[in-house]
Write a protein that binds this ligand. Structure first.
Ligand code: OOB
Length: 548
């Protein structure tokens, strides 16, 4: 292996040249992309959400006004704003406004709470926080107040809804920037367009810098592979801050193709079946647990889904038994997607044979995606054998944002990203995901770091020690189980869960199950690694369940 130093982000020069020459990176920015679509078909509807419809021309106008308004407010190109929004049309106008001003959105999920947002704001060096006043019964303005107390660098809070005495409304920002044409001012295609969050195994989330060039390449190819065009109507049912519904092919891939994006605040079959019928939806992306809900609901209620052609399923392993039900029950083509916010995305192709679609998680987007499958010692495995997946390529990051320690762990010296996934390759070059090497819980597609949850639990005075493991779950795929050694008297599990929620963490991270134990194992605790300990506890759980 050569001894290249890992850049913070960005590719070594020789790769930049290679990806440009291959035509993957075309030097286009998001600001310019939207302008070109607005010129091509100004009156076509781009976004439908709630009772709002926006044409491409309106989307373009909103983006310019937001960009100009934010620059007038004092933001500068290169600044970071945490964007904390549910699936509403403003998500799209805001991010294109930020792209145009060269301001970098840092995407948070609606489920995130103060602990996560504080971490994102600090690690991203954010100076702004943008939220909906209220959503799903949660008051985001209360969170904003605490955030500003804890992170004084977050000078600006922008709210969608009415302005308050403390906070500016998005409407006022837009009014200030109205009729000002801002087109891709300061950003170049090589710059960071936005920051995604990682669902990694160790500790807190890391920030993933994606450039205009690399991300727009995935949009162009995803739109082609998923056969999107101007007549496509994509339903966005998963939280749109996730990489999967954003770009595989996602709402950005759909806008790239000049199609229409329909937003749903809820992924429930009831809400979505209605929208599919009303808006004549042609494509939608789901995680496996939601697909199962949709399949069961469709069998019961026989909805009219005649416009729907393709469902992408990814984020967690889809078992063949469920995959098999898709065509007979929903009358659509299944497309499996195995991807990661760090980059690499694999798709089964729409014309693949049934066995490939049901049994594999697809093949890479790009001929320049390089895959290595290695054993525990880093040696290539024999053809067809399972091993750790390492990858590099024209849209896989070379490093996390401002995080040299994580980069040391997560990237090889020659720039391969260690995905943490165990996979095997079929003779046709398709990947079959076997599992994960790292200690995280993939709960319905949301990745939860065991270490992060253990650290929360350890902060409770009643907890002496804690180890969190994943448990197979029929619907969620995996659920979380915390083994806890109490300090003195055993606390009540429900109290502990309530306490965790009150610390302000995303609800999906609160352990599904808590088991109190006197000791973790016969082996002296402290002498074995957390990884081994978790493996032992998981095995213990398997035996208990088999015996019960
Ligand atoms: C997607 O992105 P992330 O960053 O939330 O999670 C990535 C991880 C992968 O490393 C893998 O462990 C797991 O999620 N995963 C799958 C999978 N798709 C993702 N595991 C098994 N089968 C699959 N089909 O989850 C993501 C990003 C872009 C497109 C699709 C998913």
């Amino acid at each position: 292996m050569t001894n290249l130093t890992i850049p913070q982000h960005g590719w070594p020069d020789e790769y930049v040249q290679r990806y440009r020459q291959a035509g993957h990176w075309q030097g286009e920015t998001f600001g310019a992309l939207l302008r070109s679509r607005a010129e091509q078909h100004p009156d076509r509807i781009a976004v439908v959400g709630g009772s709002k419809n926006l044409t491409y021309a309106q989307l373009d106008e909103h983006a310019s006004a937001i960009a100009a308004g934010l620059l007038a407010q004092g933001f500068q190109a290169g600044d970071r704003i945490v964007v904390h929004l549910p699936n509403i049309p403003e998500f799209i106008t805001v991010v294109f406004g930020l792209f145009r001003a060269g301001i970098i959105p840092l995407y948070a999920l609606p489920a995130h709470r103060i602990t996560e947002i504080e971490h994102f704001a600090k690690s991203g060096g954010a100076t702004g926080y943008l939220c909906a006043a209220e959503h799903g019964g949660f008051n985001y303005l209360g969170l904003a107040t605490t955030l500003q107390e804890r992170c004084p660098d977050v000078e600006h809070v922008i709210v969608i809804g009415d302005a308050t005495d403390r906070y500016t409304s998005l409407q006022d920002i837009e009014a200030a920037g109205a009729n000002t044409d801002v087109l891709a001012t300061a950003s170049s295609a090589q710059d960071i367009a936005f920051l995604q969050i990682s669902g990694g195994s160790t500790g807190l989330s890391k920030l993933i810098p994606r450039t205009h060039d690399d991300y727009i390449y995935t949009l162009r190819e995803s739109a082609r592979i998923c056969e999107l065009d101007g007549d496509s109507v994509l339903l966005c049912a998963l939280p749109m801050a996730h990489n999967f519904p954003m770009s595989s092919p996602g709402f950005l891939g759909t806008l790239y193709a000049g199609g229409r994006v329909v937003l749903s605040l809820s992924p429930s079959p009831e809400a979505c079946f209605e929208l599919i019928k009303r808006e004549k939806v042609t494509q939608c992306s789901l995680v496996p647990p939601l697909l199962m809900l949709w399949l069961d609901a469709a069998e019961r209620s026989k909805p009219n889904l005649s416009s729907l052609r393709v469902i992408q399923v990814g984020g967690a392993k889809l078992i063949p038994e469920v995959a098999q039900r898709v065509r007979p029950t929903l009358g659509v083509t299944l497309q499996q997607v195995f991807g990661m916010a760090e980059g690499l995305v694999n798709y089964t192709r729409l014309g693949d044979d049934a066995e490939t679609i049901i049994e594999t998680q697809g093949r890479p987007i790009s001929p320049d995606d390089e895959l290595l499958i290695v054993d525990d010692d880093g040696q290539a495995v024999a053809d067809g054998q399972a091993g750790h997946l390492l990858t590099r390529g024209p849209y896989t990051i070379r490093g996390y944002y401002n995080n040299p320690a994580a980069n040391q762990r997560s990237f090889t010296e020659d720039g391969y990203y260690r995905t943490g996934d165990i996979v095997k390759l079929t003779p046709d070059g398709y990947l079959v995901v076997q599992g994960r090497a790292g200690d995280h819980i993939n709960r319905a597609g949301e990745k939860i770091s065991a270490e992060e949850i253990e650290n929360h639990l350890l902060a409770n005075p009643a907890v002496f020690d804690a180890a969190v493991v994943s448990v197979p779950d029929t619907y969620l795929g995996e659920r979380s189980c915390a083994f806890i050694i109490p300090r003195n008297e055993k606390p009540r599990a429900v109290e502990l869960k309530k306490w965790m929620r009150e610390r302000g963490i995303a609800d999906f991270k609160v352990p599904d199950q808590i088991i109190f134990v006197d000791t973790f194992s016969e082996t002296a605790v402290g002498k074995i690694s957390r990884k081994t300990l978790r493996a032992q506890l998981r095995a213990q759980l398997d035996t208990t369940q088999q015996n019960s």
